[in-house]
Ligand binder design. Structure first.
Ligand code: MN
Length: 447
């Protein structure tokens, strides 16, 4: 259950494009990744300037591939994630794994880390899954963090105040560095679990193990007290400093704008484990893969939360234009006027970074923005159907918010039909047609 077994599976379906021309990690690979972004194939760069290491990109770039990775039909995706969150299962810890093929002194400059955008602070690892434990060992956490390359042995890690930040704070209070295992090149299920909004205290490796039907295996790091998937491509063993911070950023993040520079802690890398010929996994910030990995688990969380306040949620879309993160469109079957607003409140609670949300009826396609706009145009009255919440915690990635405090304003639009007016006022008008005219029209259209 590794990245490689997944790549072999999708290769058979012709979903991998191999790039044999020599390209550089400095802008060239990111430029090609961006050009292939929308619904694109997996890209395997086989000839990377200055290294023998191959680079794989866009692994989880489509909803279809994510479903393939989890062995689930699109309709069952949220349920599969929700069940795994509720039923975490301890992975087996083994002595030896493919990732232990080579164990060596760290030299981060030999890893083909990409420099993505024009004004980025430098090369960044963007696909890393970070595992850490509380000092007493009772709490474990796995999450994805961007890591800025500083030198042969050091990285800066962005810690948004969430779970790993909390563990680091706890270590800081005890005046010790926090041990971490930084894994690159893992099965998509591990990536999705790591970006799932499960409560503090739930070990996301256990969620991944449930998603993989109990087949995830971990190895213990050699020098630090942390764990990594036994079949990862590359693992950096490190310690997040309790005292040393450096300016981190700017870096383009999920919105496609530059996130600001902040003081963030330094990770000292003390050991490297890797496969002999490891594949380095790249992930384009603000690309489709980034939006899906961060967004999909939060769609599931919104789906679950809104399902508690209305009997039926049809679909949730953290939209492309909202960076897969800031905008949600939710279609519901409402019973009473006011259900739409309760749905909005539930969505905001389920996904704290959510900024704007629109609730529509089930006849509206949440993935079709013209359809959503039509619902707002014909079913929404700002004086009655709009909620604004001021000074609330949102995303620090939003350029218009206070990016230091994370304080923002949120807006919810209830664009469901009011039940006080006759339903036919909101009907989408159709033109009746006989089978003959339907067929004739299809022929004229060339279908
Ligand atoms: Mn967590």
């Amino acid at each position: 259950m590794s990245l490689r077994t997944f790549l072999a599976r999708v290769e058979e379906k012709g979903e991998i494009l191999r790039i044999k021309e020599e390209v550089s990690t400095n802008f060239e690979i990111p430029y090609i990744m961006k050009a292939f972004d929308a619904n694109g194939p997996i890209l395997l760069f086989e000839n990377v300037e200055g290294t023998k290491t191959k680079i794989v990109a866009n692994v989880c770039g489509t909803r279809k591939r994510i479903c393939e990775a989890l062995n689930v039909e699109p309709e069952g995706l949220y349920q599969k994630l929700l069940e795994a969150w509720r039923n975490p299962l301890k992975p087996k810890i083994i002595e030896d794994g493919a990732v232990k093929e080579v164990v060596e002194e760290p030299d981060l400059l030999r890893i083909p880390i990409l420099t993505h955008f024009e004004r980025d602070a430098g090369p960044y690892i963007t696909s890393a899954v970070v595992h850490a434990k509380s000092l007493d060992g009772t709490i474990e956490n796995v999450s994805i963090h961007r890591l800025q390359l500083l030198d042969e042995r050091h990285l800066a890690i962005r810690l948004v105040p969430r779970h790993l930040y909390k563990l680091w704070q706890m270590a800081k209070e005890a005046e010790v560095d926090l041990d971490v295992a930084i894994s690159v090149g893992v099965h998509p299920a591990v990536m999705l679990a790591a970006s799932s909004p499960v409560p503090f205290g739930v070990n996301e490796f256990e969620v991944a193990n449930t998603l993989l039907s109990g087949k995830l295996q971990l190895v213990k790091c050699k020098y630090v007290d942390a764990y990594a998937p036994a079949d990862a491509e590359l693992v950096l063993e490190g310690r997040i400093s309790a005292s040393k911070e450096v300016p981190e950023g700017p870096l383009v993040d999920i919105t496609g704008t530059y996130d600001i520079e902040r003081k963030q802690p330094v990770v000292e890398v003390v050991n490297v484990m890797r496969r002999g010929e490891y594949i380095y996994q790249a992930l384009l910030p603000s690309g489709a893969e980034h939006r899906l990995l961060m967004g999909l688990p939060h769609e599931a969380a919104i789906y679950e939360a809104v399902s508690r306040v209305v009997p039926k949620v049809k679909a949730v879309n953290l939209s492309v234009g909202g960076g897969g993160w800031l905008h949600a469109i939710i279609s519901i079957e409402k019973q009473l006027d006011g259900d739409g607003k309760n749905a909005l409140l539930a969505a905001f609670a389920a996904h704290p970074s959510l900024k704007h949300a629109v609730v529509v009826d089930t006849d509206i396609d949440v993935f079709n923005m013209a359809d959503v706009e039509w619902a707002i145009a014909t079913r929404f009255q700002a004086a009655e159907d709009l909620i604004i919440i001021k000074n609330v915690r949102g995303s620090t990635l939003d350029s218009s918010a206070n990016q230091e405090t994370g304080l923002t304003s949120k807006m919810g639009l209830d664009a469901t039909k009011p039940l006080t007016k006759p339903a036919e006022k909101f009907e989408r008008a159709r033109i009746p047609a006989s089978r003959r005219v339907e067929e004739l029209t299809r022929k004229l259209l060339g279908h």
